[in-house]
Design a protein around this ligand. Structure first.
Ligand code: NAP
Ligand code: MG
Length: 501
């Protein structure tokens, strides 16, 4: 290699040094200081350095954002525009985001620690595709005229719900945001976005790019701040019609409570998971082990649908575990700004400590540490929050590590003796988000996937799909569905009109 050629790390670091951050809240088309006048420090998990001050939004900011969103909705500046024109703005929004993809990817990487190249290839591609997909759908949905008689006409039309609060997590900050604002804006709603604390600066830029693309003022407001302040104020606001939430089980249930105690707004919770990847005896166990490990370490394991449990039949246990161990060796953490890094930093010191504690208790419960370490990983800089991928074998289904979401790079291997035991173990948590299934037998693929309690089942793959497939779960994973035309249901009301002729 030519030593004078800049490395990917040099290039990203040079771009990072030119970034500037403006704290504020984006309300009614303008970035303004929060009415609280307070800020908090955003610490990068890459190296522990303070990246920026972020405005700590207040309930007064939420009031202002809701007032702006309501006014924009009622005067028809967006809801009253022809669907094909709304679609054109969303497609332009996708183009503007694509033109700033490197900067957005870099912000995300510095904020929450995932590799910048991954943010660019996966996160940015996802939001651009999502905005385009809903932009293209805008004028393709029809209404219904189901009943007719000689003297009457029945119409069923879809109306936008009004003001939508979108509350999102930090792990796939722009993907999750796109999944919510895409269908909500397409349908004509006005939106208030509350990003996770950690990923506020990428969210604010996204809001500014929406304005640049021609979204009218007040249609997309962004209010960063603490969940317990901004999130709760949105959840309890009497003039918010819909809350679309992705995050943890506990906070999702709080939103149901906020709704019950305020105006009965509809709440769509999309929550955590403890997904099983089931490996049957006839499977390609090498592919199963590799892919399952990838699915539990990708994005530092900070993935709601992570394949965090490999439920594998004893006949192929050794082969599947060997492949998982091999995969773990190829995914050691590295600098998020180095394109060679397959895994970046854990989002925060608090999350890192939580993961270490869970693994420590798993070892006390009798699990075996087959790969990784509970010690912090040093990428060579002596700084930042890193953890090498961990594989635990000898895990029993009743252990905490097999029941509770880690949200970190930890794979638990559970050995089973039969197909029916595999199904029982896979279904034996309160969650129902996703599952993997590995088999070459077509009948087994159908038979077992029908019995897996999961909103998505991946057969002989993991984390695949496209915008046409809905995503969400059941049980403790909540019941909201993102993506696909079905997501439009969350943000619209059906109106029946009966006309006597
Ligand atoms: P989280 O703690 O539940 O936070 C999610 C959002 O809720 C953040 O914007 C947060 O603000 C806000 N919030 C926190 N406390 C609140 C409160 N008391 N009232 C109102 N809002 C509040 O989740 P996270 O740690 O960001 O993300 C991880 C979780 O998300 C995991 O459980 C994961 O499984 C889940 N997830 C699910 C999916 C899915 O599609 N099903 C996708 C991705 C992630 P702050 O930033 O201030 O905390
Ligand atoms: Mg949080």
């Amino acid at each position: 290699m030519n030593p004078d050629m800049p490395t990917s790390l040099d290039v990203w670091a040079a771009e990072a040094s030119t970034l500037s951050w403006n704290p504020g809240v984006l309300i009614d088309g303008r970035l303004v200081p929060s009415q609280s006048s307070q800020t908090f420090d955003l610490v990068s998990p890459r190296d522990g350095a303070v990246l920026s001050a972020v405005s700590a939004g207040s309930s007064a900011d939420v009031d202002a954002a809701v007032t702006s969103a309501r006014a924009a909705f009622e005067d028809g500046r967006w809801a009253g525009v022809a669907p094909i024109e709304r679609g054109a703005v969303l497609i332009r929004f996708a183009d503007v985001v694509a033109s700033r993809a490197r900067e957005l990817a870099l912000r995300i990487s510095l904020e929450m620690g995932k590799p910048a190249h991954d943010a660019l290839a996966v996160e940015l591609r996802a939001i651009v595709q999502c905005l385009r997909w809903y932009g293209q759908l805008a004028d393709k949905l029809g209404d219904e005229a189901p009943v007719s008689s000689p003297s009457s006409l029945g119409l069923v039309t879809r109306e936008p719900a009004g003001v939508v609060g979108a509350v999102v997590p930090w792990n796939f900050p722009l993907t999750m945001t796109g999944w919510k604002i895409g269908p909500a804006l397409m349908a004509g709603n006005s939106v208030i976005l509350k990003p996770a604390e950690q990923t506020s600066i990428s969210a604010l830029l996204l809001g500014e790019l929406a304005l640049e693309a021609g979204l009218p003022d007040g249609v997309l407001n962004v209010v960063p701040g603490l969940g317990s302040v901004v999130g709760e104020a949105l959840g309890r606001h009497p003039d918010v019609d819909v809350i679309s939430f992705t995050g943890s089980v506990g906070v999702g249930r709080r939103f149901l409570g906020y709704s019950a105690e305020s105006n009965g707004k509809r709440v769509w919770p999309e929550l955590g998971g403890k997904s099983a990847s089931v490996v049957l005896a006839d499977a390609d166990a090498g592919a199963a082990g590799r892919t399952t490990a990838w699915g539990s370490f990708y994005n530092q394991g900070e993935m709601c649908s992570a394949s965090s449990r490999m439920v594998v039949m004893r006949d192929v246990l050794d082969e599947a575990v060997d492949a998982a161990l091999e995969q773990s060796r190829t995914m050691q953490p590295g600098d998020p700004l180095d394109d060679a890094s397959q895994m970046g930093a854990i989002v925060s010191e608090v999350q890192l400590a939580r993961m270490q504690g869970m693994v420590e208790r798993a070892l006390k419960d009798g699990a075996t540490l087959a790969a990784g370490s509970i010690e912090r990983f040093d990428i060579g800089s002596g700084r930042g929050s890193y953890l090498a991928p961990i594989v635990l074998t000898d895990v029993r289904p009743d252990m905490e590590i097999a029941q509770v979401e880690v949200f970190g790079p930890v794979l638990s291997v559970i050995a089973v003796a039969s197909e029916s035991e595999a199904i029982e173990v896979a279904n034996g948590t309160p969650f129902g988000l996703a599952a993997g299934l590995w088999t070459k037998d077509l009948s087994a693929a159908h038979r077992v996937s029908r019995r897996l309690r999961a909103g998505t089942v991946w057969v002989n793959c993991y984390e695949e799909g496209n915008m046409s497939m809905p995503f969400g779960g059941s049980g403790a994973s909540g019941f909201g569905r993102d993506k696909s035309a079905h997501a439009v249901d969350k943000y619209t009301d059906l109106k029946s009109t009966w006309i006597e002729l």
